[in-house]
Design a protein around this ligand. Structure first.
Ligand SMILES: Nc1nc2c([nH]c(=O)n2[C@H]2C[C@H](O)[C@@H](COP(=O)(O)OP(=O)(O)OP(=O)(O)O)O2)c(=O)[nH]1
Length: 256
């Protein structure tokens, strides 16, 4: 199968909004909204392609890009392997300018007003509303800004996300905003293929290192590291550099 590698970037402004752009006339899916980016050329890494595309399409200079999710999607015109990055406010400069006739719009993650979006991006747009910091524990649930991840016995609102082990079936009466599965190793990761997001439980150095290796391989759904404060302090930077979405700092007193 012929796969086209594509690099795309989620650019954040100081207000925490993300930049979307419309695809110009003449391209497949013209008028659809996407993240700025384009095809990786021969001899380029995805990150180099991202820097080039941002300069060409937006006049934006990227200082630092963080790897985020990867996704393979089969369009009628091509099968694409998308490498998404996040570029946080402070990690870029320039005034985003539509250099290729596209429309640009700053949007609040999870409250998008432009449409239609590129079909491959639906889950990613949803994932952007997942906060980057959580606290709590598996038994009582994890809390971040405007987001709760709870076990089935605490599920009470349509906007709760549900927390389950890798192999526990979803209770049929529940319709969570997202299904999170707790995993601690690659075997559990392989079982958790229906998850919208993952909570990687790292109890010690071995678990922390295997999370790092999994992130470096590339992940297709947001991953939060669930670990005590000492492990988060020690590995947090490396995990984030490799594509971690969130840190879920385990509450000290409840070692569950
Ligand atoms: N840039 C970008 N492309 C995306 C996203 N999501 C997604 O499925 N794609 C797909 C659409 C296209 O099939 C492919 C990107 O190809 P493209 O034609 O835009 O690339 P390009 O700018 O290098 O274009 P070209 O002029 O060289 O043909 O990736 C996204 O968020 N951003």
């Amino acid at each position: 199968m012929n796969i086209t590698h594509v690099a795309a970037g989620v650019l954040y402004n100081a207000a925490g909004e993300v930049l979307l752009s419309s695809r110009p006339a003449g391209k497949a899916y013209a008028g659809y909204w996407e993240f700025a980016g384009g095809k990786v050329e021969a001899g380029e890494t995805p990150e180099q392609a991202l820097r080039r595309e941002f300069a060409e399409e937006l006049g934006v200079h990227i200082v630092r890009a963080r790897a985020w999710l990867q996704k393979i999607h089969a369009y009628e015109h091509a099968t694409v392997h998308l490498h998404f990055f996040r570029v946080f406010s402070g990690d870029w400069h320039g005034e985003p300018t539509a250099k290729e006739g596209q429309d640009l719009a700053w949007q609040r993650a999870g409250a998008y007003s432009v449409s239609p979006m590129l079909p491959a991006n639906a889950a990613l747009l949803e994932a952007l509303a997942v906060p980057e910091i959580f606290s709590g524990c598996l038994k009582h649930g994890l809390h971040g800004e405007n987001y709760r991840i709870v076990p089935p016995n605490l599920f009470s609102r349509a906007d709760d996300a549900l927390l389950l082990d890798a192999d526990t079936p979803v209770p049929c009466k529940l319709t969570p905003r997202a299904l999170w599965r707790v995993v601690a190793n690659r075997a559990e990761l392989a079982q958790a293929h229906d998850a919208d997001a993952l909570l990687w439980r790292a109890d010690g150095e071995a678990g922390a290192l295997s999370l790092l290796a999994v992130l470096k391989d590339g992940v297709s759904v947001p991953v939060a590291a669930y670990a005590n404060k000492a492990l988060c302090d020690r590995f947090g930077g490396a995990w984030q550099e490799a594509g971690l979405h969130a840190l879920a700092v385990q509450t000290e007193r409840q070692n569950v």
